[in-house]
Ligand binder design. Structure first.
Ligand code: NDP
Length: 483
């Protein structure tokens, strides 16, 4: 049995208390490794290692940071298959997803922020004849990064790399459900020459290891991605300590379909945006809003396509849909399917447990579900299910569509399907979400601001937003002469 370790000061170490818990492959039910149940003692060791490394890393040249981060990207590319299989075994996601999306994106994150380190610049403000102000963007020092299980290495690196690129040392924790790729990243960092203590990776439970990161007085900023309830809890601890916070939280994303869209392409993309990674992507659309004129046609076409989506062994290269992340999460998703029926929803397809033949017979599989007839204020239209469950709601006109789309307390992402350019601009402006995709989904330019409004979080990641988050702005005012 593989016992994972913490990565502290460039070395793999056992957790101080020598306690571990099981890492279960959700597609098979097998225990695949043991995860350190770290606590505040392990965080304290990681902070000590980071303190030793901090000054030298903060003063390293941009070329040094660029070269190391870029080298890590190359090494991730070269180990793509090992990392992809580890991701799939931890999460049950289809191997093609790990190979084509998760791991390549982790490499892109390193490559992108390596170059960002070289390009990042700050402002200067001249007071003519009197003075010049310039802004220094200095590293915060030691920062904490906490990430979820749905896109493990992808989101882990999305946080840690801008922190490293701006000269911070990092204490990072992956989700207890997806520890392995973060564990493997330690040796990649050593191979690339990242100095010991610059990145420290602690495994464990959120309420122990995660909370110890948030509580630690030396850790001055927290970048968190996860559920809204956890985000609120973290904010309640970090805010009184005046820690800088970036909170990327849940979503209940609307997909707004007008009759004037490119219909064939739209149907194809709705399958993707609703059911990719079994609906376990914060950006997945789950409230599908359709103009009345095409509602029946769309419903029938969608059902036909979704019935073809049958989950299967995620390690099979042909698999398009794997298992959910855990039996516990499966139970949550099934409870929402029952709730949708109680709330008066009509189940149009799927929504049943699924048992593939062979080694995945004990896996956490569910057939993707479509409901109609649920009101906009029903719990199933207001709460994040985070699984392969969508609802259909018809609308009459643009005003009606915007009203329904903005009904949610969340505000992460929306998709909009129309060929009318004026409408695309008009509706995009009125949607209360941090991201609007028009006639596409998950088309990502890493320079763009990424994040949500309302219950979907505070702050933005991506591009300069991330580089600014991980730096302190200091204004220096130089007087030109006598006052
Ligand atoms: P959780 O909120 O349960 O956990 C996220 C991370 O926080 C995990 O590493 C978790 O550890 C840790 N954690 C849990 N409790 C605490 C605590 N008290 N203090 C510090 N850390 C803690 O989310 P999930 O992992 O279940 O991820 C799914 C959620 O993430 C969904 O709501 C989804 O929408 C959201 N998400 C948002 C994204 C965005 O960009 N807006 C992107 C992707 C996901 P552990 O796993 O060990 O409990």
């Amino acid at each position: 049995m593989l016992y994972l370790k913490n990565f502290i000061g460039g070395t793999y170490v056992d957790p101080v208390e020598k306690k571990y818990f099981d890492n279960v492959n959700p597609a098979t039910g097998e225990i695949i490794s043991k995860i350190p149940a770290s606590n505040e003692k392990d965080i304290a060791l990681a902070v000590d290692a980071a303190i030793k490394a901090q000054e030298s890393w903060a003063n390293s040249t941009l070329e040094v940071r660029f070269a190391i981060l870029n080298k890590i990207a190359e090494l991730i590319d070269s180990k793509l298959n090992d990392l992809a299989i580890a991701e799939t075994r931890d999460t049950g996601k289809a191997i093609r997803h790990s190979q084509q999306i998760d791991i390549p994106r982790a490499a892109s994150n390193f490559r992108f922020f390596a170059t960002a380190a070289m390009q990042f610049a700050s402002d200067s403000h001249e007071m003519p004849g009197k003075a010049i102000n310039y802004t220094l963007r200095q590293p915060i020092g030691i920062v904490g990064c906490i990430s979820p299980w749905n896109l493990p290495l992808y989101l882990f690196t999305w946080k840690i790399v801008p922190a490293l690129a701006t000269g911070n040392c990092v204490i990072a924790k992956p989700s207890e459900f997806s520890p392995t790729t973060a564990y493997l990243l330690g040796e990649i960092c050593n191979e690339a020459g990242l100095p010991p203590g610059v990145l420290n990776i602690i495994q464990g439970y959120g309420h122990e290891a995660g909370e110890a990161i948030v509580m630690h007085p030396t850790i001055k900023a927290i970048s968190f991605t996860g559920g809204t309830k956890t985000g609120a809890h973290i904010a309640s601890i970090a805010a009184p300590k005046f820690k800088k916070m970036s909170l990327e939280l849940g979503g209940k994303n609307p997909c707004v379909i007008f009759a004037d869209c490119d219909y064939k392409e739209m149907v194809k993309q709705v399958i993707r945006l609703a059911f990719s990674n079994s609906g376990q992507i914060c950006l997945c659309g789950s409230r599908i809003l359709i103009e009345n004129k095409i509602y029946e046609q769309f419903k029938n076409d969608l059902i036909l396509e979704v019935k073809k989506l049958i989950p299967s062994d995620p390690e099979n290269p042909e698999s398009k849909m794997g298992s959910l992340i855990s039996q516990q999460h499966l139970n949550k998703v099934m409870s929402y399917i029952e709730l949708a029926k109680e709330e008066g929803g009509k189940l149009l397809c799927g929504g049943t447990l699924f048992k593939p033949d062979g080694r995945c017979a004990n896996g956490a599989f569910v057939m993707p579900a479509i409901f109609e007839g649920l009101g906009p204020d029903s719990r199933c239209n207001m709460e994040e299910i985070f699984g392969p469950v969508i609802t259909l709601q018809p609308f009459e006109n643009e005003e009606d569509a915007i009203r329904l789309a903005n009904r949610s307390n969340y505000g992460l992402a929306a998709t909009l399907w129309t060929q009318n350019l004026n409408r695309a601009h008009r509706v995009s402006q009125q949607l209360k979400t941090g991201i609007v995709w028009v006639n596409c989904w998950l088309l990502r330019d890493l320079r763009t601001p990424f994040g949500g409004m309302n219950d979907s979080g505070v702050g933005r990641e991506g591009g300069w937003e991330a580089m600014r988050f991980f730096t302190e702005a200091k204004n220096v005012c130089i007087n030109f002469g006598p006052l």
